[in-house]
Design a protein around this ligand. Sequence first.
Ligand SMILES: [Zn+2]
Length: 441
Amino acid sequence: MLDTVFFNADVVTVNPGFEVFRPGRVGVRSGRIVSVGPDAPGTPLPRARESVDVGGGVLMPGLVNAHTHLPMVLFRGLADDLPLADWLNDHIFPAERRHMTAGTVRTAARLACAELLLSGTTTCCDGYFHESAVAEAVLEAGIRGVLGQGVIDAPAPGVPDPAKAVETAAGFVDDWQGRNARVSPSIFCHSPYTCSETTLRRAKAAARERGVRFQIHVSETRSEVERSRAENGATPVGYLERLGLLDPETLVVHGVWLTGEDIRTLSDRGVPVVHCPESNMKLASGIAPVTALRAAGVTVALGTDGAASNNDQDLFREMDTAAKLHKAATGDPTALDARTVVRMATIEGARAVGLGEEVGSIEIGKGADLVTLAPLLPSAVPNHHPASLVVYSVDGGAVRDVMVAGRFRIREGRPCHMDLEEAMADARRAATDIDDTGGRS
Ligand SMILES: [Zn+2]
């Protein structure tokens, strides 16, 4: 007997052949996908505790947001329309130092998890401070998280002494490793320009010893690359390569200003890259060479980045942006077709964050992280090609049901286990004394 069977669905499997069953069925037992295939007319449904009629809507793998900073939802709309250096140094860093306690981080992360789940994301890869508070919010919300405790050579929330940053991050990993299948701890170095060579080496060594992901923002702006060439005699990628930090467990975020040699290095080392098009556009950082990276065999995932630079956490909108941006950038309308972008937001994201065997596609044996879309929205009718509908026609508002590891977290567009009104009221309260002077007043 199954726990749940979904039927009468357009099942977008994102398996290696990108099979789509129209209509299709998916069976779930003990948190895992146990069957997937066509929903042939007249064939009786298997016995299940719950049978969900998707009504002809899309059923797809839960999305993987491969780069975000969940607690930054508190800074949503605080400091828009600024260059990255001013935004970060004059607004975000001061506001973080002043306002981000373990309590506000947890409150903010809870709101962010609600936003993610409601818009179809079932796995997020986060990097922030007070990461234990993020982990608690992730567990409570029922989402999956690859969660990186932040490392930076400056006083940070919860880490007033930068000399303790690596030790704090290692301690976070030790605390959370093996504790819950939905939380994968990780270490997040802010960037090669805010962390010294020693800090970078020590942080990567701590991640390697523990077998966890090492996340880092790399080559986000042109000025970062110029500074790296002047100070280190190499591009940021060349510098990290020289330090021995590049391997398949290092997650390079942004990679906007990459040279041909950088791309070859990332490919040779098997380093995945997270593309965050809306953040890169909003901060005018530039356009990452995604088509060249993919052509070189690099795994490219998709991320929203934090809400202060996006300003939402909706990966459906990010898919739409990514697909269109690279057509405009290359002058080639075949660049990043809808299927490719769906792969980036699901299976490639899962691989990038180290969960490719567990989630990211609808295949037998994988964790049951599933999303259904409402069939009867004006923007969802008609549905000639499900991947096209997913990328170009709808946004996260079309998400109807969300299951993580076999358990419903959203039903009919509402959270099942969270008081959403309370989460929003708490976050609004926590944000009341944050102002756009970045806390310098
Ligand atoms: Zn970021």
